[in-house]
Design a protein around this ligand. Structure first.
Ligand code: CP3
Length: 341
């Protein structure tokens, strides 16, 4: 099999230069994405149309020398597949009809969520066939807590208060919600791996604002169950965990979930990597706003990140998603610098 530098890094082999992809690399900062986006009546239709989703996944690889393609989809296709109403409204982000203690038991009962997600799996198969053999194909899902914050709150929120309170007031319904998300996520990730994904990433974008007990039950335990559940069906499946904002709980996340590689947000101090398991592959962690501003500050920080992780397997990435204001010339400069060209 052709050497895939990014996959090899997830599996623990340090590379001479870090392989690279860019979180949310297909998106609105690219004019060709905005053009394809106008061809779908709404964002979820884009995710469920393999022709269009395949095209936008490939766009960033045509422009930049990246080491991976990431499936184009969204973390909120799972609530949609479970029968909850999900809409993306311009300028507002996602809007869901919130679940409550009474409606959770009915999730996923109307139809098999994997039938609903079949077009996304078709996109994975097409991407597998389309990308060069040295490129890694990344699949993903949202982690249960992060997805639950949207399902309970009905939208994004700065402090996830609705979901945190729901977990305290309705512990049984909340546990049932995490259970259905764990089960659906395992089925979905196994299906992505079987369709040709090389690696899957768990996006725990809201791993912040939790005390250590809540972090254990809401974040560590569900992520651990997904890793174990996926590996029970796809032995040694390569998995990246990205617990954004985990801060003081980060080392524990790395040790207790069993992920192969740890995604670091940009607030993670570079020298804190010493406290993670020695040799654990890491991914990250440039502040996306450094990429917006560009110039010497960006170059210096790129060099500092590469130097800090020089002694362990490292995948270069941003510490959160690229933002729409990002100039394309800055992305070109980033890629050239990471690749040492
Ligand atoms: O290249 C890629 O990574 C594309 C695939 C992808 C998208 N969303 C496409 C998208 C991935 C991996 C995601 C993950 C995702 N979605 C996360 C986790 C990563 C993170 O940023 O923390 C989260 C929290 C979501 C939920 C979500 N989707 C929000 C909050 C929003 C609105 C805010 C925004 O960025 O617009 C979305 C919409 C969304 N998902 C867009 C894209 C390209 C923009 C919608 C559009 O083009 O109209």
């Amino acid at each position: 099999m052709t050497h895939k530098p990014l996959l090899a890094t997830v599996l623990g082999q340090r590379q001479e230069r870090p392989p690279l992809w860019i979180m949310r690399q297909a998106g609105r900062y690219l004019p060709e994405y905005r053009e394809v986006r106008t061809r779908a009546t709404n964002f979820l239709e884009l995710c469920y149309t393999p022709d269009l989703a395949t095209e936008v996944s490939l766009q960033p690889l045509r422009r930049f020398d990246l080491d991976a393609a990431i499936l184009f989809s969204d973390i909120l296709v799972i609530p949609d597949a479970l029968g909850q109403s999900v809409r993306f409204e311009a300028g507002e982000g996602p809007v869901l009809d919130p679940v409550d203690a009474g409606s959770i038991a009915g999730l996923g009962k109307e139809m098999d969520p994997l039938d609903h997600l079949a077009p996304v799996l078709e996109t994975v198969r097409r991407l597998r066939a389309a990308i060069a053999p040295d490129k890694t194909l990344i699949g993903f899902c949202g982690s249960p807590w992060t997805v639950a914050t949207y399902m309970i709150g009905g939208k994004g929120s700065p402090d996830q208060a609705a979901a945190r309170l729901f977990a305290l007031r309705h512990p049984e319904a909340f546990a049932a919600l995490l259970d259905v998300l764990v089960k659906t996520s395992i089925d979905y990730l196994v299906a992505q791996l079987e369709a040709g994904a090389d690696v899957v990433q768990l996006f725990e974008s809201w791993a912040l604002n939790l005390d250590d007990a809540a972090f254990s039950s809401h974040v560590i335990e569900p992520n651990r169950r997904i890793v174990a559940g996926v590996r029970a069906r796809v032995p040694n499946a390569p998995i990246i965990g990205f617990p954004r904002g985990a801060a003081g709980n980060l080392a524990r996340y790395a040790q207790e979930t069993g992920v192969n590689a740890l995604g670091l947000d940009y607030a993670t101090p570079l020298d804190s990597a010493r406290t993670f398991s020695p040799g654990l592959p890491v991914q990250g962690n440039l502040d996306p706003l450094r990429l917006v501003a560009g110039g010497a500050q960006m170059d210096e920080r790129i060099d500092a990140i590469i130097a800090a992780f020089a002694d362990r397997p490292h995948i270069f990435n941003l510490g959160h998603g690229i933002v729409p204001e990002t100039p394309i010339a800055h992305v070109e400069r980033l890629v050239a610098r990471v690749k040492n060209r």
